[in-house]
Design a protein around this ligand. Structure first.
Ligand code: ADP
Length: 262
């Protein structure tokens, strides 16, 4: 069982493991496929564009997608037994995906995974960071819960889509972070609408506004929403997330979300 009464202050814990970051922010979700990794990368680049030193750690042990999203094919090297994060357009990136071959399913048991993630955090030479953004495993199962407690988090962002079922999962994620006493920085509604590139009409494919209402009801800040955007999906598929903010249509909603965090 997890002791939720002794949540050590993040700065103390960070110091103990040799990581110097002013804030360590988890990006979580109630379930997979809602765009958690996409939003984690977007937030990381957004904060970098705002002039901050940012690391992005992909702790999504089930499907580490950050290397793919950012088009990182190389593997980190070690200097003096410390892993050197991969530099991508100013971000310092580490991923569970660097540790296991892409096609191989992760079949480790929970404790091994917890160990691997915390070791990756500790053994990486992050340098001085303003923000370390952590792409968490989706869901609220044992792995996500335990990692939320093991990683010295300053706060958490929950990503969800506007559908009712997705919102139920988001509520579970909010409650999970509350259980381990991690402050909620806010909720992001992803895939909130679709603006037709042909007729400019807005279509609320999965509904809209649900996450905002739910966030208000739960007394959690609402950071903003990101519409379904085909170019954003293509960027992810092509490993071109680094240039995300060059596209004004994609950048505008994402900047709004990031603004709520700095
Ligand atoms: P998760 O980390 O929650 O599993 P991903 O970030 O991997 O989700 O996103 C799942 C898929 O949805 C990816 O193909 C991604 O490119 C796409 N996607 C995410 N957000 C959007 C969006 N706002 N518009 C279009 N496609 C999106």
């Amino acid at each position: 069982t997890i002791d939720t009464t002794t949540h050590q202050r993040p700065a103390d814990k960070l110091g103990q493991i040799g990581v110097t970051a002013k804030s360590v922010i988890a990006v979580g979700s109630g379930k997979g496929g809602v765009g958690k990794s996409t939003m984690a990368a977007a937030i990381a680049f957004g904060l970098h564009n705002a002039g901050c030193k940012v690391g992005l750690m992909d702790a999504d042990v089930y499907g580490p997608s950050v290397p793919h999203l950012l088009g990182v094919n190389e593997r980190p090297t070690a200097v003096n037994q410390r892993l050197q994060p991969i530099e991508r357009s100013g971000l310092r990136v580490m991923s569970m995906g660097f540790m296991v071959p892409a096609e191989e399913a992760v079949v480790w048991r929970g404790p091994m995974l917890h160990g691997a993630v915390t070791q990756m955090l500790r053994d990486t030479d992050w340098g001085d960071l303003d923000y370390l953004i952590i792409d968490m495993p989706p869901g609220t199962g044992d792995i996500a819960l335990t990692l939320s407690q093991l990683i010295p988090l300053t706060g958490a962002v929950v990503v969800c889509t506007p559908q009712d079922v997705a919102l139920l999962d988001a509520v579970k994620a909010i409650n999970m972070f509350r259980k381990v006493k991690i402050p909620l920085l806010g909720v992001v509604e992803n895939m909130s609408s679709f603006i037709c590139p042909g007729c400019s009409e807005r279509h609320d494919i999965f509904g809209t506004g649900g996450a905002k209402r739910k966030a208000e009801a739960m007394d959690v800040p609402f950071l903003g929403d990101a519409p379904i955007n085909v170019d954003l999906r293509k960027r992810g598929d092509d490993g071109q997330m680094a240039g995300l903010y060059d596209d004004p249509a994609i950048a505008a909603p994402l900047m709004e979300i990031t603004r709520g965090m700095v």
